[in-house]
Design a binder for this molecule. Structure first.
Ligand code: B12
Length: 354
């Protein structure tokens, strides 16, 4: 599934073409030494950058694009270690200049002026970005030793070892929220970091993700052993969002609290979410977003649910919200929580009426 949002302006394809030809004109290396694959990648990456720019502008949140600019710089710097950092920064900043020129040419000076503050903020963030290693807290703190041991087994591609370690953990009867949030969520984040640092491949990431999803199944007998509360909740991801691990965890943790969880999975269209709310009349709807591009669709769903089912509470969460300037505060949601533990606390407060 593509990363372009449902309302991605068609003219942006023309903008991307303009940017592409500006790069070709400015750099003989791209024109002569790039094969078709790399040229296509340059074009696609430009569309990707435009989709983040569009999202930040639509949601009036420039942190989304600043955050993306830093992420992009770090990704490219690690992929192209042969290019000195300052040179790479120059090239990226030149690219933002091309985006601005191309927007002016294709969409007009007014649109160019509209996007200017977003692009300027991205340039400032790129200039400040650094690859200096921050001290990782991954194997420190609560359950740090378990995280490290489990990740080491994944890195060694030791499927049997990893699953028997997970069974051992299940037998220890640690609180489910610790296992999910402190261990599996943090391991998944670390896997993402290592992919971003170009230390592990997409194949390794896929393997570790699918094994960890399988690991959750070891806890299922425990998930359903609680008393039911006769309330339903509906959980899903929206837009073309394929990251569904977080939503799955939320669904399991709520099931464990006694709710009947209707888990719809990934990338559920607005009309289907509404139909499920209509049919299940949940205590609340939980929407998960990881890629900022799908935040706008999330907002549209929140607004539609609030209009049609004002008695249903809506809670949002997922990594995308951490890349915004607390955007949920401007939304008609009942809560945002950063992780499964926060959601459990919110449910207890809400059910307890405090
Ligand atoms: C696994 C993974 C994938 C898998 C997902 C598989 C699956 N079945 O879910 C696949 C391979 C599909 C994937 C694809 C992509 N990915 Co990816 N992925 C990840 C990774 C490594 C882990 C995600 C995860 O499972 N986390 C564990 C869960 C449990 O954590 P969580 O989602 O944050 O959920 C917790 C909280 O956020 C919260 N929460 C979540 N939802 C909700 C909802 C409510 C209501 C509440 C209250 C709370 C809440 O509670 C959860 C539990 O505590 C992340 C790294 C990361 N830092 O997240 C990258 C990451 C998210 N991916 C990234 C990228 C770039 C992509 C791709 C664009 C790659 C590509 N070029 O194709 C695509 C996009 C696909 C798409 N259209 O969505 C980047 C995003 C960077 C950015 N700038 O936005 C990340 C951050 C990697 C990185 N470090 O660079 N990815």
């Amino acid at each position: 599934m593509g990363l372009l949002v449902h309302d991605f302006p068609l003219e942006f394809h023309k903008v991307a073409e303009e940017v592409f030809f500006r790069h070709l004109g400015a750099d003989p290396l791209i024109k002569d030494a790039y094969d078709d694959y790399r040229k296509r990648k340059l074009y696609e990456d430009t569309l990707h950058n435009l989709s983040f720019l569009h999202t930040a502008s639509e949601l009036e949140d420039d942190k989304i694009f600043r955050d993306y600019a830093v992420w992009l710089y770090e990704l490219l710097a690690r992929l192209m270690r042969d290019i000195p950092e300052e040179k790479l920064k120059e090239q990226i900043i030149k690219h933002y200049g091309f985006l601005s020129e191309a927007i002016g040419k294709v969409l007009g000076e007014e649109r160019r002026a509209h996007y200017k503050p977003f692009l300027e903020a991205a340039v400032r963030s790129t200039k400040k970005a650094t690859l200096a290693e921050k001290k990782s807290a991954f194997s420190r703190g609560k359950h740090g030793d378990i995280r490290k041991k489990y990740l080491d087994l994944l890195l060694a591609a030791d499927t049997e070892g990893a699953l028997s370690y997970v069974r051992f953990l299940a037998a220890k009867e640690l609180p489910l929220e610790d296992v999910y949030v402190d261990i599996f969520q943090e391991v998944m984040k670390e896997i993402g970091e290592r992919w971003h640092k170009n230390e592990i491949s997409v194949a390794e990431e896929h393997y570790m993700t699918s094994l960890t999803q399988r690991a959750l199944a070891e806890f299922y007998p425990h998930i359903f052993d609680t008393e039911r509360n006769e309330k339903k909740i509906v959980v899903c991801t929206v837009g073309s969002e394929l990251h569904e691990f977080g939503a799955r965890m939320i669904s399991d943790l709520l099931e464990h609290m006694g709710f009947d969880s209707v888990y719809l999975g990934a990338a559920v269209p607005k009309a289907s979410v509404l139909r499920s709310v209509e049919k299940n009349k949940p205590f609340f709807l939980a929407l998960s977003v990881t890629m900022p591009q799908y935040l706008k669709e999330c907002l549209e769903i929140v607004e539609a649910v609030k209009e049609k089912h004002p008695d249903v509470m809506v809670v949002v969460g997922g990594r995308a919200f951490t890349t915004t300037d607390e955007i949920w505060r401007r939304w008609p949601v009942d809560a945002y929580e950063p992780d499964g533990k926060g959601l459990i606390r919110w449910v207890k407060r809400t059910e307890g009426g405090t």
